[in-house]
Structures are given as structure tokens and as C-alpha cells.
Design a protein around this ligand. Structure first.
Ligand SMILES: Cc1cc2nc3c(=O)[nH]c(=O)nc-3n(C[C@H](O)[C@H](O)[C@H](O)COP(=O)(O)O)c2cc1C
Length: 217
């Protein structure tokens, strides 16, 4: 059932537990098209989506980042981050063990790429040089909202090292002038799939009038 934009934005949440059923091809195309309709600064920052439905290829992608760790080790890592909010701790304790399973079990796994001719991680002189990166994230948000409108949810997993990106590149034959923005597992959530979407509170507490710190009367 289609929902309006504000309902879809409110419904969107990160999901890492998927029912074992694929996403209909037409539905996936519609969701990805929403991504392509996001604002774009320069058409040469081409966006590309690699849909990985071959289980062996997914397993090879997972090999590039995954190491099974006992729960005590995961808890020690999360505690070492000294997170400010207890909800974040709960989210990471749930999320870290699922980084492989969410990629393997998603109804659709999309690897989102964008054209990046200068090295993305070199020092930059201005934010303008990050436009391609900014664009791809506006594309991703359109995808996530459009997916939510269709009852489909997902998670963005960023490659955590250049070596991981290289592994994705090699596995999927991605050319050197394309960067990998993220793995995007999408699917139908299981009935018990937890959500850790943070409470945002009143909008007014984020908004200043005419000068930093000046709140509405
Ligand atoms: C830039 C970015 C990177 C993220 N990286 C990961 C990730 O590597 N693994 C993961 O499980 N979730 C990842 N997430 C999902 C966040 O954990 C999630 O968005 C956050 O907990 C807020 O929950 P919500 O999306 O339900 O509102 C990422 C989200 C963003 C925006």
C-alpha cells in the first residue's frame, strides 16, 4: 500500500533482520529510480547500483570484512567506544553480530557506487570537492524513504577500510574511477526485527532564528 511522503519518512528505520524472500524486480527498480531522482550537482558523478543476487558472490563480499567474534569480545569493543547514550550501546550490541548475516540474507543486496576521479580520502580544500560523495548520500536517502513506502527496509554498511573497498572492487570488477559508497541490504523485516531509531525530540530544539543559539520566543 502506498503511503504519503511524510509517513514514509517516519516509517523508515534501519533493519538488519530480513525475511527470506526476494524483492520484486519492478519494486526494486522503482526504489532505485527514486535514488536517481535525488539532487545531483554534476551528471558526470555517475551513480551505479550493482544488485548482487548470486549467493556465492555475496559470500565472497562478506569474506572481505567478516570475522566471527564471541559476544564478550564484541561487548568489550563497544564499551571501549565509551558511547554517550545507552541506546547506542544496545544498537551496536545488536548490530555488530549481524553485519554478515544482513548482507547474506537481504531480499536484495545493492552495492551503491559513484564516480570519483580524485582520491576521495585525500585532504580536500573545500566541501565542493566532496560533492559526489554528498550526492550519493542524498540518493541513498531517497532510496530508503521510497523503500519504506513499499514496506521495505534496509541498512547502509560503509566499507571500513581501503582494503575492504579494494576487495569489493575486485569481487565485482568495479573500475578504478568508481568509489563504493556502501553495501545496501534491503528486504522485508522479520516480525521481531528490532529498531533502534533514536528519538529526535521537538523540532524546535534544533532550530535557531536569525542567529546561532537564538530560539523561538
Ligand atoms: C553513514 C551511515 C553509516 C552507517 N553504517 C552502518 C554500518 O556499517 N552497519 C550497520 O549495521 N548500520 C550502519 N548504519 C545504520 C545506523 O546504525 C542507523 O542509521 C542508526 O542506528 C539510526 O537508526 P535508524 O536508521 O533506524 O534511524 C549507518 C548509518 C549511516 C547514516
Amino acid at each position: 500500500m502506498a503511503v504519503d511522503t511524510h509517513q514514509a519518512i517516519r516509517a523508515r528505520r534501519t533493519i538488519r533482520d530480513f525475511e527470506p524472500r526476494p524483492i520484486d524486480r519492478a519494486v526494486l527498480d522503482r526504489i532505485l529510480e527514486a535514488g536517481l531522482r535525488a539532487p545531483m550537482h554534476d551528471p558526470k558523478h555517475g551513480r551505479r547500483f550493482i544488485v548482487v543476487d548470486d549467493a556465492a558472490v555475496r559470500a565472497e563480499l562478506v569474506r572481505g570484512f567478516w570475522r566471527e567474534r564471541p559476544p564478550e569480545e564484541i561487548a568489550a569493543v563497544v564499551d571501549s567506544w565509551e558511547l554517550e547514550f545507552p541506546e547506542q550501546r544496545a544498537m551496536f550490541l545488536d548490530a555488530l553480530p549481524k553485519q554478515a548475516s544482513m548482507v547474506l540474507s537481504a531480499g536484495a543486496l545493492v552495492i551503491v557506487c559513484f564516480r570519483q576521479t580524485e582520491p576521495l580520502l585525500d585532504a580536500k580544500a573545500s566541501l565542493h570537492e566532496l560533492n559526489a560523495f554528498a550526492e550519493v548520500w542524498s540518493c541513498l536517502e531517497n532510496i530508503l524513504v521510497a523503500a519504506a513506502a513499499d514496506g521495505i527496509f534496509g541498512v547502509t554498511k560503509i566499507p571500513s577500510s581501503p582494503a575492504e573497498t579494494q576487495h569489493i572492487r575486485r569481487t565485482l570488477s568495479i573500475p578504478d574511477d568508481y568509489e563504493v559508497a556502501c553495501y545496501l541490504p534491503l528486504g522485508h523485516p522479520t516480525s521481531g526485527a528490532p529498531s533502534f531509531a533514536p528519538a529526535i525530540g521537538a523540532v524546535g530544539s534544533y532550530v535557531f532564528r536569525n542567529s546561532w543559539g537564538r530560539v523561538e520566543p
